[in-house]
Design a protein around this ligand. Structure first.
Ligand SMILES: [Zn+2]
Ligand SMILES: [Zn+2]
Length: 111
């Protein structure tokens, strides 16, 4: 496996729909991952969702995905919720791929 040099501030270079439900994100450091939509939806950290946790809806999917400036992504969801803005840093931290979840602890090995 190629050695991955972490980019301190990776940004998404492509955000596409892997299928109706899932969102595929390719990052500036070459990382690629598929984020299941219900997982992303539940990870919404807007004020509304923080106050009233979302019930899990396995059919939820994004209706629209827009960039917000150069730092975040806005999702409009099929359940009518459109207040969530996900910063790039937050999105990257949510990455559900095996290599990211394996190093969920802060990594201080960069030289
Ligand atoms: Zn929300
Ligand atoms: Zn990952």
């Amino acid at each position: 496996m190629a050695r991955v040099v972490p980019d301190p501030k990776p940004v998404p270079v492509a955000i596409t729909r892997a299928n109706v439900w899932d969102v595929a994100i390719r990052w500036s450091d070459g990382h690629e991952a598929v984020y299941p939509a219900p997982y992303l939806r539940r990870a919404c950290c807007c004020v509304v969702c923080l106050q009233a946790p979302v019930a899990e809806d396995p059919d939820v999917h994004p209706l629209a995905i827009d960039a917000v400036g150069t730092y975040a992504v806005h999702f409009e969801w099929s359940d009518g919720h459109a207040a969530g803005v996900y910063s790039y840093e937050y999105l990257r931290g949510l990455c559900p791929c095996p290599s990211c979840t394996a190093r969920a602890l802060p990594d201080h090995h960069r030289s």
